[in-house]
Design a protein. Sequence first.
Length: 63
Amino acid sequence: MFREVDPQLAIMSIIGPLKLYVNNPFMVKKMMNESTIEGCYSSVHRDRMKAHIKDLMTRFLKP
């Protein structure tokens, strides 16, 4: 059971962080305190991002 949400804003809430992560490597590097851009996109950070988005949406949709 999920609470009613604005579907357009819900989609934007998912796409926004992903777009930042993909399109702004220098900002992501600084925010994650990584020494290289490649380090920001390691499997550890990708898994961390996936888990965060899932958690964000689960909490957002719970009644």
